[in-house]
Design a protein around this ligand. Sequence first.
Ligand SMILES: *Cc1c(COP(=O)(O)O)cnc(C)c1O
Length: 374
Amino acid sequence: MEEKPMYPDRSCLTIDLNQAKTNCRIIQERLAPGRRIMAVVKADAYGHGDVQIARALTEIGIRDFAVSNIDEALRLREHGIPGQILILGYTDPSLAAELILNDITQAILSEEYARALHEAGGEQVRCHIALDTGMRRIGLNADDPAACERAIRELAKTLKVTGLFTHLCVADSEEEDDLLFTHEQIMKYQAVADRVRDLHLETVHCLNSAGGLWHSAESDVMRLGIVLYGLKPDYLNHLPEGIRPVLTWKSVVSMVKTIAPGDCVGYGRTFTAQKPMRIATIPTGYADGYRRDLSNHGWVLIHGKRAPIVGRVCMDQMTVDVTQIPEVRLGTEAVLLGRSGEEEFTADDMAHLIGTIGYEIVCGISKRVKRQYQ
Ligand SMILES: *Cc1c(COP(=O)(O)O)cnc(C)c1O
């Protein structure tokens, strides 16, 4: 029987769960005794698949997870993820009973929020009080530690307060000004933590990936997101040896053609050929989360070479210049993120090219792109 040719998927993410474990272990090995990792798996584990990532990390002993909302938390519970699950953002107070029933820990965003949660029957919700040490997003203002202490003691009377945390907003920067700011954030947090030490809160924490990698502070858990996925908090950062991106994004060549000088490519006729060119069509577009601002700007990797995007990225397709890669044909693999031969193009590289961060690239890969786990 004749074998059918094997064509790669239209658009597919390969998620290397072993690499996620490796990234986690590399950080675990650097941890001071008594510290542990809280894996931040919000936004579907930054697009990598929250249940799969949480399961993989559970296998290497991770027992603390953070998410952004109750739907994400319930999904983890429904799939049998044990341990502490902390919601870092807003939950409608009317869902207090759901939080209790599923043993989910809720961040307390403000005193007003705490009252609302209490009034909605939240006395038994496990809570971590957020401190605002300078980011001005959520939390009790920690500029006045005495007032903050009073507020925490009051809250502890009406809610089941099990933790206290703050968030660092420039821990990824090496600018002197920013280093100073981070130091001040940590000092404010520490001052409040010291004042309520007699409450014996289970988990007091302040470190995200950048904080954990480049700053020191008392923190029972390190809330690690981006570094677990092998990406950098900031493009200028250097990650510890061995930490690598977990995700590879591949598509396929759906058509190859030659165009003539003067021909233009794509919507808006933004690209005009100056010479005969070979153009390959790739069936991935902005509806897949492939950023439209890469039009005439980014590239994909084919046979270990860069194939520049020509014309605009469309909703479901894009066009690339393969004039220099003669072996390209229908079915040839195109690497959108990842390695091909000696070349590599990461979500951090892509983000840098269009003035955003790797986080936004991986979170933005849409659900219609197949996820495959290995
Ligand atoms: C998202 C988030 C984190 C994880 O940040 P990374 O930079 O991905 O490590 C930690 N803490 C809070 C409060 C967050 O919102």
